[in-house]
Design a protein around this ligand. Structure first.
Ligand code: IMP
Ligand code: MG
Length: 176
């Protein structure tokens, strides 16, 4: 069995939607100076494309969480592997995530960041799999809602592979 890739969201659909997300963020944060938090590794490409369309003052920081082993199922155990270098106290924090699946990572992240007393805290996720939710935790901005399929590309991986692909693909098991 070899994994096959089926394109789900192409490069131009991605960029069109990301521009719309950036425009919504520009409006909602007009006159503010939010601290953007890119959740590594999956959100690096999304973050890089989104921030190019921002027209507000902003700063960016990175953190890294682990929730997956080498499977396509979440272990449910979330840990911070690399924390922020800037303080979030009193900041308008906007988290940039690749995908919300069970919601466990986001719930953990929200609790972790809320404990540092930001002025506000919102989440922008490129992808959302609402049918997979195990804890009630949603993003404030969502690029695309998708079905219960494992996706790769555009920053998202399977066993650290496929992150470089310019589109979102469903990972399928195919006979070979
Ligand atoms: P959750 O804690 O189950 O919501 O999982 C969130 C994290 O799992 C995301 O930030 C991704 O890193 C990873 N993840 C969830 N679904 C997928 C997928 O379909 N493809 C690749 N990574 C995924
Ligand atoms: Mg992630």
């Amino acid at each position: 069995m070899q994994p096959g890739l089926r394109e789900l969201i192409g490069p131009s659909a991605l960029q069109t939607r990301i521009l719309e997300l950036a425009q919504a963020i520009n409006e909602d944060y007009a006159g503010k100076d939010p601290l953007l938090v890119c959740v590594l590794n999956g959100a690096f490409m999304f973050t890089a494309d989104l921030i190019r369309h921002l027209r507000i003052r902003t700063r960016i920081d990175f953190l890294s969480v682990s929730s997956y082993g080498a499977q396509t199922e979440s272990s449910g155990v979330v840990a911070i592997r690399r924390d922020l270098t800037q303080s979030v106290a009193g900041e308008d924090v906007l988290v940039l995530e690749d995908i919300v699946d069970t919601g466990r990572t986001l719930e953990y992240l929200r609790r972790h960041l809320e404990a540092a007393r930001p002025k506000s805290l919102r989440v922008c996720a490129l992808l959302d799999k609402p049918s997979r939710r195990e804890v009630q935790c949603d993003a404030d901005y969502v690029g695309f809602s998708i079905a219960n399929e494992f996706v790769v590309g555009y920053g998202l991986d399977f066993n650290q592979r496929y992150r470089e692909l310019p589109a979102i693909y469903v990972l399928e098991q195919t006979e070979s």
